[in-house]
Design a protein around this ligand. Structure first.
Ligand code: NAD
Length: 347
């Protein structure tokens, strides 16, 4: 470590974790002093949202059940109108990154406190970052006021995750940890989170894929995803996230699948220039970490290439040039030719 000053900021002040933790949401809402809760629920969480509404009793105000990926501002406006109608004073988001993104978008506009109950491994609940879309253009902002103050991780809610989303979402989380490991400016706490996170994902994901209802392994995976989300909040993301943003934004691709198929390619490119990260990951993977991740990614029963996601081969050069023109901090220098080669390998 050099002499540079590093800042480590912690976001969610309370994190609850464990099977059945959903039942504690009403107490958590009470701690925030809230009287009228707007529940933001992914369609997949409709049933859990009904249970939650019943448990919130007189503190329940309404449910908004149609969050959309990348928080389009029109959807936010609709939910904001509902929040105003029911005089909501707090938000509980239950679902993946899309439900949590909508909650952040509302919190950013109203100052309402948030409890996040994640059901995927994307990690948004642990970050102060919000990506929104308006007229097809995506903007991202970062503000501590956007971060949920409480996170409730209940692995029971991940039992319904289909195999494909379990795999791709866990690799999305692993990408946060891997990028934190090769960020030379990451704090000691972030490095520790990243190691524990990558260890948890590499150990628990194969178990969960073989035994999807193993609640202990599901819990470990979720715990690892929390730490990965914290890495995303703390560390500088590099080429992997830049490619995911550039490709996802340009072609409207599914978030988790895109991350999952890119990760091994970016690791192959970057790890030669990040010996510490390479050594740590090799210890955790008990061998070549790039091969371990490629092998996990190949187990997906959906698209595993950019081509299968519908990206045209001749669109890759333009993406490569855009990325190389303004690269995110990355352990290995990023050139248009190198990025094009990487994208062709992922194609
Ligand atoms: P998602 O929230 O869009 O969910 C994908 C699909 O899975 C949805 O149909 C949802 O209903 C379903 N689903 C979610 N949980 C389920 C469960 N337990 N069982 C069955 N189905 C379930 O997907 P995501 O990958 O969690 O989130 C992606 C979004 O989050 C993107 O918009 C991305 O930009 C954002 N994101 C933001 C950050 C951040 O820090 N700002 C971090 C990660 C992701």
């Amino acid at each position: 470590m050099g002499t540079e000053i590093r800042v480590h900021q912690v976001y969610a002040g309370r994190v609850l974790q464990g099977s059945g933790a959903l039942s504690l949401v009403p107490d958590e809402v009470g701690r925030l002093g809230a009287q009228r809760v707007l529940v933001i629920a992914a369609p997949s969480s409709a049933e859990a949202a009904l249970d939650l509404a019943a448990a919130l009793a007189e503190r329940y105000a309404a449910t908004f059940g149609r969050p959309v990926q990348h928080s389009p501002v029109e959807v936010t406006a609709e939910a904001l109108a509902l929040a105003g109608e029911v005089r909501a004073d707090a938000l509980v988001a239950i679902g993946g990154g899309s439900a949590i993104g909508l909650s952040k978008a509302l919190a950013g506009r109203t100052g309402m406190p948030q409890v996040a109950v994640p059901t995927t491994y994307a990690g948004s609940e642990a970050t102060p970052v919000l990506g929104e879309t308006e007229g097809g253009a995506k903007t991202t902002r970062r503000d501590p006021a956007l971060a949920p103050s409480t996170i409730v991780y209940d692995p029971d809610l991940t039992l319904s995750l289909p195999r494909g989303l379990t795999l791709t979402s866990a690799l999305n989380a692993l990408a946060h940890a891997v990028e934190a490991l090769w960020d030379t400016r990451a704090s000691a706490a972030t490095r520790a989170y990243a190691v524990e996170s990558a260890d948890g994902i590499l150990a628990a994901l194969p178990v969960v894929l073989d035994h999807p209802s193993d609640i202990v392994a599901r819990g470990r995976l979720q715990e690892a995803a929390w730490l990965a989300g914290a890495c995303l909040a703390q560390a500088q993301m590099g080429l992997h996230h830049q490619l995911a943003h550039a490709l996802g934004g340009t072609f409207g691709l599914p978030h988790a699948e895109l991350h999952a198929l890119l990760l091994a390619h970016v690791m192959r490119f970057n790890l030669v220039a990040a010996p510490d990260a390479a050594a740590r990951l090799a210890r955790l993977a008990n061998g070549d970490p790039t091969l371990a991740v490629a092998s996990l990614a190949s187990m997906h029963d959906g698209p595993t290439t950019l081509r299968a996601l519908g990206v045209a081969r001749d669109a890759l050069r333009e993406v490569a040039e855009r990325v190389a023109a303004d690269p995110y901090p990355n352990p290995r220098p990023v050139t248009a030719d190198a990025v094009e080669e990487l994208l062709l390998a992922a194609w």
